[in-house]
Design a protein around this ligand. Structure first.
Ligand code: AMP
Length: 188
């Protein structure tokens, strides 16, 4: 077991769905053709509006590792990562779209399932050697998470894992994140 790793949260498909997986799946709404034709958007707002489900999700994501910092990816990642950081007694670090952070930044560009983007982090966001968990809502192609990993490493942090609410397995994002533990509360 990795040092600091607590008992694993739900990460698997196939061996029967847990109560948490069912609770999550029941509260994520598929919105076809948003934000553009051909994309099935996973809308997490019904989940966010349910305090019991939200608490279970935050606990599930916060119990994975002992870390110094939780990185949240703009924008839906922030909504999950901030309470996870509080719950894990860790600091919160925002990774934002280019041009939004006020002080000196590092940046990475990447391709999305729809379009492309550049994300940034403050250069001084981490103390060298900080153990970092990256949190987002959906893992799709893995481009965003991969760029976030690069940013954290360049800024001096040690990425111990990536935790997401939902993984879209057919896009094989996990394959791009070679060597980094990926924890998904639900895999579809
Ligand atoms: P990717 O870089 O392709 O893994 O995309 C992940 C990022 O895009 C996450 O920040 C998600 O919030 C968002 N995203 C990508 N695809 C979807 C989707 N089908 N539904 C909701 N969010 C998505």
């Amino acid at each position: 077991m990795v040092p600091g790793l607590r008992p694993p949260a739900e990460t698997s498909e196939g061996d029967g769905m847990s109560e948490l997986s069912t609770m999550i799946l029941d509260r994520i709404r598929d919105v076809p053709d948003y934000p553009k034709p051909g994309v099935m958007f996973k809308d997490i707002t019904p989940l966010l509006g349910d305090p019991v489900a939200m608490a279970a999700v935050v606990d599930g994501l916060a119990g994975l590792y002992e870390v110094d910092k939780i990185v949240g990816i703009e924008a839906r990642g922030f909504i999950l990562a901030a309470p996870v950081a509080y719950r894990a007694a860790a600091g919160f670090v925002p990774v934002r779209k280019k041009g939004k952070l006020p002080a000196a930044t590092l940046e990475e560009s990447y391709d999305l399932e729809y379009g492309s983007a550049t994300i940034e982090v403050h250069r001084d966001a981490f103390t060298p050697g900080d153990r970092v968990l990256i949190v987002d809502d959906v893992l799709a192609t893995g481009g965003t998470a991969q760029a976030a990993v690069e940013l954290v490493r360049r800024a001096g942090g040690e990425v111990v894992g990536i935790a997401v609410l939902m993984e879209l397995a057919f896009l094989e994002g996990r394959e791009r994140l070679d060597g980094i533990p990926v924890h998904s509360l639900v895999i579809v």
